[in-house]
Write a new protein. Structure first.
Length: 378
């Protein structure tokens, strides 16, 4: 893969940080911040022409097994996205929350070329290892981006163009990154706008698939502001438990419907409808028209019944019964505090750790000790 001269790239990195570049692009602030971290915090060399670290097959297999639920929720999204961009020479990559490539799709005849560039399962794209790149930028900023050619920190990747978008859990935790990368592309950054949009839309589809899998034990309201799109592509998802409480909502629903930042809450406080009406709805019935509580605007929806037969209450009871004999009274009190902090922080470990006054590493150890698992991973 061709890349720019090392000395020229080194000069460009310093010029962008010093705001000396003409037409640096829309994401110049994000790139400059990443460049500074790569230079000052991680002591990386922008002139380096070595590729990314690649995990061994055993290391990759262990990570993929841990991410099995996430991988299953992607369905056919990666092949479908690749079908849309393959003619332009792209591969499609799925990375986990640590920047490790856990799945990808590429044309068979192009596989060795992409592997040589580091676009291969097991490649590691965290900022502290590779500096500025598409996956690393999304992991840190939690926003979609196109890192185009010389936007990359390392000279080794200045021939690549990478458009990446975040994938979030139902509780807002960043769980992965979807990326489309090409070995060759036009120099103009604007040429990647369409690819970036396709990646962002596909990431949302994966996100919603993960939502549906995580809350398959709940009643799911699939809604859209336009009744004609409810069946083909619902934009809002609400998970309602057996008690009639909204326990989760996807990103679009949280943006459109007020009051979903604090969950759970009774469905009657969100929609002007009784929970019993939703529970009685069947897939074969006509679409439901639902008014937003206090807003007056309408949504059109269909309802999916719970897939799993075991109730949330019985599952929770069995977990508590299994866990109780193992812990002392002090440990049970600590477990309760951790559960409360995780719930209040919407299962964001960094926020919960700050609330508890412990480090994130300590929190992870206590979560493992107490066998505390987020709802979307149960």
């Amino acid at each position: 893969m061709p890349y720019v001269r090392q000395t020229s790239h080194l000069e460009r990195v310093h010029d962008l940080i010093a705001s000396r570049l003409l037409n640096p692009g829309d994401d110049v602030a994000r790139l400059a911040s990443s460049y500074r971290r790569s230079l000052d915090d991680y002591r990386l060399d922008p002139a380096s022409t070595t590729g990314p670290r690649i995990l061994t097959s055993g290391e990759l297999r262990a990570i993929q097994q841990a991410e099995e639920g996430f991988l299953r929720s992607t369905g056919q999204c990666l092949p479908r996205l690749h079908a849309m961009v393959r003619e332009a020479g792209y591969c499609v990559i799925l990375a986990n929350a640590h920047g490790v490539t856990i799945d990808y799709v590429v044309d068979q005849e192009q596989r060795k070329h992409f592997k040589k560039a580091g676009l291969y399962p097991g490649s590691c794209w965290s900022e502290h290892e590779e500096g500025t790149c598409g996956i690393a930028s999304v992991l840190l900023d939690r926003e979609a981006i196109t890192v185009h050619k010389t936007d990359h920190f390392r000279a080794a990747f200045t021939g690549l163009t990478c458009s990446a978008a975040p994938i979030f859990s139902p509780h807002g935790e960043l769980i992965g990154v979807l990326d489309a990368s090409a070995l060759a592309s036009p120099d103009a950054r604007d040429s990647q706008r369409l690819v970036k949009q396709l990646v962002r839309q596909s990431a949302t589809v994966i996100e919603d698939g993960f939502f549906l899998k995580s809350y398959s034990h709940c009643c799911i309201v699939l809604a859209h502001r336009n009744r004609h799109f409810v069946e083909v592509q619902p934009e809002m998802l609400l998970a309602i438990d057996e008690h009639g409480d909204v326990v989760a909502a996807n990103r679009c629903a949280r943006q459109v419907i007020a009051g979903l930042d604090t969950l759970p809450r009774p469905v009657s406080e969100v929609l002007e409808v009784r929970a019993e009406r939703l529970f009685d709805a069947r897939a074969g019935q006509n679409l439901l028209s639902l008014r937003l509580a206090g807003a007056g605007s309408w949504l059109h929806a269909r309802v999916r019944a719970p897939v799993k037969t075991a109730s949330l209450r019985s599952r929770l009871k069995s977990v508590q019964q299994a866990a109780a004999p193992d812990y002392t009274h002090e440990e049970l009190a600590e477990r309760t505090r951790i559960m409360q902090a995780m719930t209040q922080s919407k299962w964001r470990p960094l926020t919960a750790a700050a609330m508890l006054g412990v480090s994130r590493a300590t929190l992870y150890r206590r979560l493992k000790h107490f066998r505390i698992v987020p709802p979307h991973k149960q």
